[in-house]
Design a protein around this ligand. Sequence first.
Ligand code: AHG
Ligand code: MN
Ligand code: MN
Length: 326
Amino acid sequence: MKFVTLNAYLKREVSEPSLANLVDRIASACWQISATVRNAALAGNQGETVNVNPQGEVQKPIDLIADDIFRHSCLQNSDVGALISEEVQEVYHRTDAKEGDFVVAYDPLDGSSNIDVNLSVGSIFSISRFQDIQALLPAGRKIECAGYAIYGPSVMLVLTFGDKVDGFTLDVDAAEFVLTHPNMQISNDTIEFAINTSRERFWDDIVSAYVEDCIAGDDGPRRKSFNMRWTASMVADVHRLLCRGGVFLYPQDKENAGQGGKLRLLYEAQPMAFIVETAGGRASTGKARILDVPPQTPHQRTSVILGASDEIERLENAYAAGPVKA
Ligand code: AHG
Ligand code: MN
Ligand code: MN
């Protein structure tokens, strides 16, 4: 079968050569990271280090290798003015960065707790524009391009420039990404939800009631039998809902409320929100759209509830109505 290559696609879809070049650099970083992931056990890169990242979480050697690959690839584009990485405390910015240069926010390896059990992991990124040093952190509504790569049974890159979401598969023999999943759309007709149910004791009433209704199945108020899937890799869980519908929740709960949630706004929630909303879904904290959450610090966390828009609106309506009465 003849597929459009990522290169041809970028020439066709992106009028600004430097932006096309940056996306191409990121695609090549993802390809290199996929090879590192594939060879992790052979190279002794599966274990944990004593390092902790800016959020106080354990960094594996492979998190740092992926960060290095991502950063170097981005910096090959001389219009990159700033980089915000999960693995680096400070935002990097060129001292001579000028208005209009690119700001790339990225999670170089998402779901890295899955590395030693050989499950899917990925990378997540957004691209926006540098304005000035005071406004370095990208607002969700200013994102121009977002994407993720998934390192699963095949390597895929899912991309959006805000008009549609397209999925590319790495053709290893031809050594290029090719367009295999054009115009991905999130169906409202869903029977799947994804949440870490081991945190149930921390959930608020709204999330508890939503999950309870899903679990009640055919006999419950939803009158349908839901299925639950949780990969512990946001990329894999979001990719599944882009392919076959569903809902993903990592809500703020009683345990993580002090930090604002678990997932990070700039390089996890925002890019995924931009992708999901472009694909016809909805992304919310429960109380506000994720793309409207003002960024304040590089590693700030947020509640994340995203996927099929009817389901997300149901949750938003429940939050707006207030706590469930006993
Ligand atoms: P990262 O590996 O970049 O730190 O991100 C892990 C995130 C996300 O991918 C996933 O949805 C979530 O953490 C899993 O959390 P639990 O371990 O609480 O399930
Ligand atoms: Mn992550
Ligand atoms: Mn990560």
